[in-house]
Design a protein around this ligand. Structure first.
Ligand code: FAD
Length: 563
């Protein structure tokens, strides 16, 4: 169903078994699991899907080796398993990522680690080689018998400096272990939604639809495109509004204090010298102040981050000048001969981790665990209970969603029929396993769609096996490369517009594609893309102009990109 059909179906019958508020990765994961189990479920987001914290992550599918020192063994074990599942189920978007820790001391942290574990030490302190070794042995052990990624390795000083010749000569060792890179998190979220809707016609997802209020058995939703109100009558509400959970609960008349969010920012750099210096490795290290920070290979760019700063109002999260200075300086700790200047920054972003409200003395100590907080209908005047999904990580969304779906199924009195553990996602379905299979697959698509092999390769890299759908759509119409970015074509944008719930121009430029984050946008490209969407989505001139204005404003305000 398209948006108009979904809205009409809800007007005709406002009853739904489950309403999920918030289309970040936790709401989306729960939506998919319930859809798979035959539940009629409605997912709404006040903005675009994956535009909150889920668009602000460090792009790591990781177990969180650093959480071991907080004693969060269950969390790390679960996240390592989920990392492996993600690599297996979405191989087009999640890849093994060699991660290197440059180490500056041998023994440091030996006493601090147990103190931290016993929660007797609040401040971050330097971790030496032995402590890191102990952590990585445990981390490897959690991967279990079936190895999705290789074991960790230590290199001595000389070998490390010959492998990475720009590395700080003051290091004593490097340790390399494997995690995963979620290359395009926002696309992964969207593909999960499309899978769920394809699987179950009673699973419906609406972006730009916000929770307005609720009482008794009725909830009011506001259509952010038309300002009109829509009534729904759910048997259960799942509040997956991330760092906005408490404000969403307030709209239902519930006074909760579940969230104590922390802000984290990132920069994307266009810096070929630094990009060459890190190769295909992420560098994950301790900055001067003890914070763990990262330098991450994101396509041909470098992603650097992140901070961890308590914040009250998530709508105010922006990457500040102070954070920018902190990031630019931190690179010098590991690669002292490489100069970074503000001109290298092509994109900034910031988001708020929806962490549980906590009394921890430092942000780094707040648990990254997830929890489902239940407010039962009896006490609230609401005819339905509200489950709030607090915390979590991108990496472990599937496990968190499974827990939420189990609880929802129990409430509805329905048995679980299927699970998502080894369920492929979107363009990961039928993904060719070897380089020969990939070639055979791409040759096949090129042969029956008539697209040039080089074009098919680019599309395969973007969409995995969904390239079949994209290429078929492209083959059906009049196509041509975009003037301002020839690796994209008009028909490709038209496909995204019609098949991927695009309602605003920024949905395309910031989330369905990596054009914004990788700093490829120009004024000309924004206008050209608006023209293609206008044709596809039948926008009048005034709307097209307004969309260009809206995109330029978002780029300037949230990402410090001025075109
Ligand atoms: C800086 C940073 C770095 C991170 N790095 C990593 C990492 O490398 N790896 C990892 O695994 N995890 C990482 N995380 C954690 C991960 O990104 C989050 O835990 C996860 O995205 C949270 O998803 P969510 O669905 O709970 O929240 P969100 O993605 O914030 O989704 C909540 C949604 O609710 C919507 N909403 C709010 N109010 C309403 C309303 N009234 N009506 C309707 N909708 C509403 C919002 O628009 C939003 O889209 C990082 C987080 C941050 C902030």
């Amino acid at each position: 169903m398209n948006r108009t059909e979904i809205l009409a179906s809800l007007k005709a019958d406002p009853r739904v078994s489950v309403l999920i508020i918030g289309g970040g990765i936790n709401g989306i994961g729960t939506f998919r699991d319930l859809a798979l189990n035959g539940v009629d479920v409605l997912l709404v987001d006040r903005a675009d899907f994956c535009s909150g914290a889920s668009a602000a992550s460090s792009h790591m599918a990781h177990g969180g080796v650093r959480y071991l020192e907080n004693g969060e063994f269950r969390l790390v074990r679960e996240a390592v398993q989920e990392r492996n599942r993600l690599i297996g189920n979405a191989p087009h978007l999640v890849r093994p990522l060699p991660t290197t820790i440059p180490i500056f001391k041998l023994f440091s942290g030996l006493w601090n680690a147990p103190l931290k574990f016993l929660r007797l030490l609040d401040k971050p302190s330097e971790r030496g080689a032995l402590v890191i070794k102990a952590g990585l042995i445990l981390y490897d052990a959690y991967t279990g018998g079936r190895r999705t990624v290789p074991h960790h390795r230590f290199l001595g000083r000389a070998a490390s400096l010959s492998r990475w010749n720009r590395l700080n000569p003051q290091i004593v060792n490097t340790a390399t272990y494997y995690d995963g890179a979620i290359l395009q998190p926002e696309r992964l979220g969207l593909e999960l939604i499309l899978d769920a809707e394809a699987d179950n016609s009673q699973a419906r997802a609406l972006n730009y639809m916000s929770l307005e209020s609720g009482s008794g058995e009725t909830l009011l939703l506001r259509d952010e495109l038309t300002d009109s109100l829509l009534e729904v009558r759910p048997r259960l509400v799942i509040n997956a509004a991330g760092s906005w959970i408490d404000s969403a609960n307030r709209k239902l008349g519930l006074s909760t204090r579940f969230i104590g969010g922390t802000k984290g920012s990132h920069l994307v750099l266009d810096h070929p010298e630094l990009r060459a210096a890190i190769g295909d490795h992420e560098f994950f290290f301790e900055n001067k102040d003890g914070r763990i920070v990262l330098i991450f290979p994101l396509f041909d760019r470098v992603l650097i981050g992140t901070t961890d700063i308590p914040i009250e109002n998530p709508d105010e999260a922006r990457c500040t000048e102070a954070e920018t200075e902190y990031f630019l300086e931190m690179v010098g700790r590991v690669f002292p001969s490489i100069r970074i200047s503000p001109e290298n920054i092509v994109f900034r972003f910031s988001g708020v981790r929806p962490l549980a409200a906590s009394r921890a003395k430092t942000a780094g100590q707040i648990t990254r665990e997830h929890a489902i907080e239940v407010v039962s209908g009896e006490w609230t005047g609401l005819a339905f209970p509200v489950y709030s999904l607090v915390g979590g990580k991108w990496t472990s969304f599937r496990a968190f969603s499974e827990e939420a779906a189990d609880k929802a199924l129990a409430h509805l009195g329905r048995p679980r029929q299927k699970d998502t553990r080894s369920l492929p996602v979107g363009g990961g379905r039928g993904y060719p396993g070897t380089p020969e299979d990939v070639k055979r697959f791409m040759d096949g698509v090129a042969a029956w769609t008539g697209l040039p092999p080089n074009r098919v390769r680019i599309l395969f890299e973007r969409y995995g096996t969904r390239v079949e759908q994209v290429a078929t759509f492209i083959g059906r119409g009049q196509d041509g490369p975009l003037k301002s970015v020839p690796s994209y074509s008009r028909q490709e944008f038209a496909f995204l517009a019609q098949q991927e719930k695009i309602l605003h121009l920024d949905d395309l430029l910031l989330r369905r594609s990596m054009l914004g984050m990788l700093g490829r946008l120009t004024r000309e490209l924004v206008e050209e893309a608006a023209g293609v969407l206008a044709e596809s989505l039948h926008w009048q001139d005034a709307r097209t102009k307004a969309e260009v204005g809206r995109t330029l404003e978002i780029l300037a305000d949230r990402h410090a990109v001025r075109l």
